[in-house]
Write a protein that binds this ligand. Sequence first.
Ligand SMILES: Nc1ncnc2c1ncn2[C@@H]1O[C@H](COP(=O)(O)OP(=O)(O)OP(=O)(O)O)[C@@H](O)[C@H]1O
Ligand SMILES: Nc1nc2c(c(=O)[nH]1)N=C(CO)CN2
Length: 163
Amino acid sequence: MICLGLGSNLGDREGNIAAAVARLAAWPGVTVERVSSLYETAPLGYTDQPDFLNAVASVSTTLTPHELLAACLAVERALGRERKVRWGPRTVDIDVLFYDDVVLEAAELTLPHPRFHERCFVLVPLAEIAGEAPVYGGKTAGELAAACDDGTVRFFGKLRQGG
Ligand SMILES: Nc1ncnc2c1ncn2[C@@H]1O[C@H](COP(=O)(O)OP(=O)(O)OP(=O)(O)O)[C@@H](O)[C@H]1O
Ligand SMILES: Nc1nc2c(c(=O)[nH]1)N=C(CO)CN2
């Protein structure tokens, strides 16, 4: 399984995530399989910023991990992401959470994403679309999500797609 994490906390957050999913779905070689609901989440890391909307999408792809990352970064750029503060506000952020069993430890691409397994804003939406999948240390997304439930993640609603 290949999963992407999406987040937005600037502008039309829901529209930004919907646009990112639509652009990924239109990317040659990328098929979006499942998209979670949206969750409203308190900012982690740099906390003096607006709440995020987060979602997770599973994809299948003919792209290599690096090509998939390049697609994600291109979609971020197309949607007007400016990099200013690490862990700061963003129009849209797309992380490659994991790519099957691929393990990579380069600065430009680390797989699995080094922090996904401890981030409630990733685990809760991931559990919605792939709760039974063992995703980290032999634990399923559902188990990890239950363990991380810290009250910072609230169901927000279904993503409007195709709009
Ligand atoms: N698994 C990955 N998914 C996305 N980007 C990655 C991954 N591993 C390394 N990177 C690199 O990290 C950079 C993204 O940095 P970015 O500013 O989005 O970090 P961040 O989203 O603020 O923090 P975090 O990585 O904790 O989510 C990308 O340019 C990319 O090259
Ligand atoms: N709730 C939440 N907090 C964050 C997020 C995010 O997507 N959601 N992304 C960050 C940088 O990757 C830093 N902090």
